[in-house]
Design a protein around this ligand. Structure first.
Ligand SMILES: [Zn+2]
Length: 413
């Protein structure tokens, strides 16, 4: 039975939730090239069909292009200056401590998922990594669990008593299956009629490890496409986007292209320069905590303008913003970024000091994200857009507008 259509409001925007099941997917780290190559190899027939019958275009993620930043933006429909989430890892302005933002106490506004659940929709939110689950499930009724901890669920906390019985054995977190499990869970919940409003958030382990044309990537995208096909078959309106793209971060000779900015700053300007890498999270095997955006904090006594100019001149640095400009131009929360917010060039990453980064697990190569060059990501919808949203899609759509597109923009809703 189809759900009733409902209009909800979240963070000042109205969402007309269609009277059909809805599945919004965040394909973590999905540079558009992965979809292009998979389609070119005939491995993604459902994404191809969606592109032709529905909509496929590009959309702009929020900077810095990291997972927590963009997942929070997507589920709230707002940029980081409203979510308060500007990195996986920040300097907490309240305590001065370096902390992970893997807790809903850092999320400053409300989610569309919570609003939909309070309006009576059967909401399910499934993530690959457990770090995102509690953060995104803020104030939500319904089902929320991660593939990573699929065997540690309870009715009380997760809204579901048995995931393994429903979806199958729990996958390893560093695997393609960690993401495919999330999609399979969505299919099962829809099939059972347990849920009709889904947010499914994958993990980018595979994209960090493999370029789009490698066989492992093609197999992975074929798997993603197969599950999307199931969601479509079950009558869902499907919308897919990404939290960020992914680029190789090596020189042309294949060596890793990293600037250890704290080391270099201290050499040049002495003590009191701290670099915080917002990509830092508990899962560092695939990127060694090296990303394409960092925050720089300076102690008093430094000539800020001189330091900013010097950072911009360094190889591997593309853009430098002071706190005020970053807050204004990039919609970042001023209290959770550094004196400078620094973005790398396309094939470079910025680190702190060599001691802060374990490169031993990287197999000598590195793919990562976080900066401007991982900003443009795909937006794929199973339904055609109405005239208003076609115009919006042709302007400057954001990945965190995806619920708006799916709820208010599809021609059939
Ligand atoms: Zn990600």
């Amino acid at each position: 039975m189809n759900p009733k259509s409902t209009t909800i409001s979240a963070n000042g925007r109205e969402y007309r939730i269609p009277n059909r099941p809805v599945a919004v997917i965040c394909i973590d780290g999905c540079e558009d090239e992965y979809i292009n190559v998979a389609i070119a190899h005939g491995r993604a027939p459902n994404l191809l069909r969606m592109s032709a019958a529905g909509y496929r275009g590009m959309t702009r993620a929020a900077l810095p292009t990291f997972t927590n930043v963009n997942n929070c933006a997507i589920v709230t429909g707002t940029p980081p200056n409203q979510t308060g989430i500007a990195g996986n890892y920040i300097l907490d302005p309240e305590t001065g401590e370096e902390v992970m933002t893997n807790s809903s106490k850092f999320l400053e506004n409300e989610t569309i998922l919570a609003a939909a659940s309070h309006a009576g929709r059967k909401v399910a939110m499934v993530t690959a990594k457990d770090k995102l689950r509690e953060l995104l499930a803020k104030n939500m009724d319904g089902i929320s669990f991660s593939a990573e901890k699929a065997d540690e669920v309870s009715e009380e906390v997760h809204g579901i008593a048995d995931v393994v019985g429903l979806v199958g054995p729990m996958p390893q977190i560093y695997s393609a299956d960690a993401s495919l499990y999330v999609l399979r869970a969505g299919v099962k919940l829809l099939e059972q009629g347990t849920s009709d409003f889904l947010y499914l958030s994958l993990t980018d382990y595979m994209q960090h490890k493999y370029a789009p044309d490698e066989p492992e990537s093609l197999d992975f995208y074929e798997g993603i496409d197969r599950e999307i096909g199931q969601l479509l078959e079950l009558g869902a309106i499907v919308g897919a986007t990404a939290d960020h793209g992914m680029n190789g971060k090596c020189h042309a000779d294949g060596s890793i292209n990293v600037l250890y900015l704290e080391t270099e700053l201290e050499k040049k300007f002495g003590e009191g320069c701290r670099v915080i890498c917002p990509i830092t999270d508990p899962y560092v095997v695939h990127h060694g905590a090296l990303g394409a955006a960092v925050n720089v904090y300076l102690s008093d006594g430094h000539d800020r303008a001189a330091v900013g100019r010097w950072i911009l001149a360094q190889p591997g640095v593309a853009e430098v913003y002071d706190r005020e400009s970053a807050a204004e131009k990039l919609a970042l929360p001023a209290n959770r970024i550094g004196d400078f917010f620094v973005l790398s060039t396309r094939n470079a990453v910025i680190g702190r000091t060599p001691e802060h980064h374990d490169l031993s697990k990287l197999d000598g190569s590195l793919r990562s994200h976080g900066g401007r060059y991982e900003e443009m990501v795909p937006l794929v919808l199973s339904e055609p857009l109405n005239a208003d949203y076609r115009a919006r899609a042709a302007a400057d759509p954001r990945n965190f507008d995806i619920f708006d597109f799916v709820c208010n923009g599809v021609a059939t809703s």
